[in-house]
Write a protein that binds this ligand. Structure first.
Ligand SMILES: [Zn+2]
Length: 130
């Protein structure tokens, strides 16, 4: 295992973008298998080679910058997924509404009957049956 250590010295290694590329490649491979289109299967090699190139790259600053840009690009998607996850977890105890005035997302407890909801953002009041 020493030769790997020696080989990887001064090289960038793995990061989130590399993992994403590998997962992307697996998804493309799967699609290629399901659709039986050779071009799609061939395309799955592109992200793998990009990931390998990035891992073995010695231009660490450039790779870091790429990963940083990727993180900025992915963060709104990630936060939306996190929000959705929270909603799924709380769907038995809470209901979610959008404020009719400012579109703010509101969480109210379930099973309280007809309630008056006040938006904490714009103080808009509306009634809902929960
Ligand atoms: Zn509001």
């Amino acid at each position: 295992m020493n030769w790997i250590k020696r080989f990887m010295t001064g090289r960038y290694g793995g990061d989130q973008l590399s993992i994403f590329l590998l997962v992307l490649s697996m998804i493309i491979t799967l699609i290629g298998r399901l659709t039986n289109v050779v071009v799609i299967s061939f395309l799955s090699y592109v992200p793998i080679f990009m990931a390998l190139f990035r891992m073995f790259s010695k231009d660490i600053n450039k790779r870091r910058m790429e990963n940083y840009k990727f993180a900025i690009f992915i963060s709104p998607i990630y936060s939306k997924l996190k929000k959705l996850e929270g909603r799924l977890k709380g769907r038995k105890t809470h209901r979610y509404y959008k404020c009719p005035n400012c579109n703010n997302s509101l969480r109210v407890p379930k099973g309280k009957g007809k309630i008056l909801i006040t938006c904490p953002n714009c103080k808009e009041k509306f009634t809902k049956k929960v």
